[in-house]
Ligand binder design. Sequence first.
Ligand SMILES: Nc1ncnc2c1ncn2[C@@H]1O[C@H](COP(=O)(O)OP(=O)(O)OP(=O)(O)O)[C@@H](O)[C@H]1O
Ligand SMILES: [Mg+2]
Length: 421
Amino acid sequence: MSKRSGNAIVLDLGTSSIKGIAVRSSPSGFEVLGYAQAQTRGMDITGIKDAVALKECIEAVLDEIKSQIGRFEYEELRVAFSDDTYAISRSSEELSLDSEEPVLIDESILNELLDRLGVEKGFEVNPTAVLHVFPIQYTLDGVRRVVNPLELEARKLAVDAYTATVSSVKGDSIRQILQGIVGELPIVFYSPGVAAGYATTTEAEREQGSFVIEIGHSFVTTTFFTNGVPVLLAVSPLGFRYVIKDVSRVFGTSIPEAERLVKNFGHADVNPPDADASIDYFGLDGRTRRTVKKRELSLVIYARLREILNRARKVAYESFSGSSVPLTEGPHSVILTGGGAKLPGTVDTSAEVFRGFVRTGNAESGSHIPVEGPDKVLRDPVYSVCIGTLTTESRRRMEKVPMKKKKKAGFIDFLRELFGW
Ligand SMILES: Nc1ncnc2c1ncn2[C@@H]1O[C@H](COP(=O)(O)OP(=O)(O)OP(=O)(O)O)[C@@H](O)[C@H]1O
Ligand SMILES: [Mg+2]
């Protein structure tokens, strides 16, 4: 039998870039040994357009990592891909232990129960994959509520939990592409919103309530944590790509040149520093030289970013208003992560929109199992999702399960305050 190393490759398949890290597992945590990023080809907001191109792009990331660290034995591929069908919902299940006598609950019984969560009943029009399970409480024989049923006896076992899901359609294609690269190696999927949240937040923020806003190229995902677990997730399709599109349209340049301007000189502010500085760029023909004042560039970026954040807030509200999410008392934080969070001025613009305490989040700003590695990974919000696949505390395999008294009153008031309705 081969020795388990616990080493893994993690891939974050975004619509703008594919991120990858190689991690070594140790008894105390993880160490990032290599990392790479490549511009995505073959996949956009509408899905996979060219599986061959996407596969080549993933292979380029893996090759780059290999060139940094040499031969690397790993036994698992952890994957997050962008999609607009991610969700978190509350559900419950019951398992009859099929016995006259009470049965001792062990890991296998528990896993059988948790595996039932989120499985659609009846005719499946839109098959859903359950990625993570966060149990809130268990009930033995319909009466006894516990946080950990292991080693207790019962005839019936029920669970109440939050489940993070995604439509299986895109995941199935991605699995197929990845199997063409790594063969039979286990491939484990993660919800990027949940992963980014666990990487970037502190334990206190997850306990007391915090919104993690992952600003991606095509999608902005808002995940709300409270009582230590993610309880709501909303995806807005108005992503950062609209900032780049606007710059390209207003200043008459190509998308790659607009992206260069945004990344190198952009500032989400009406009055950016060095507002009168001139920035050179090429027109649509790639030859004609043009100039723009930093103030003009920043104004276009600011206007669109505000709209993107407003939309994320609205989409989150629509998802919150139909649910009965338990809420602890404040203060609550707003944590920005993903590539869009690197744009200077985003925190201030977000504070205007969300009217709360806002900060940028990366793997170093969160509290979780120790992850060591280069600053270029741990301090970069672009890698939050990758690191989050190492730090996500999905309790599918039974770990400590906190149970808190739920406080429903005041939730809408809180949202009003936060979102400024
Ligand atoms: N330093 C930077 N300054 C400004 N913008 C940046 C910077 N780095 C990346 N971006 C932009 O942030 C956006 C999001 O990047 P990210 O890598 O998170 O997207 P993605 O994961 O590919 O997208 P999605 O998850 O929506 O499919 C991109 O449009 C990218 O151009
Ligand atoms: Mg992304």
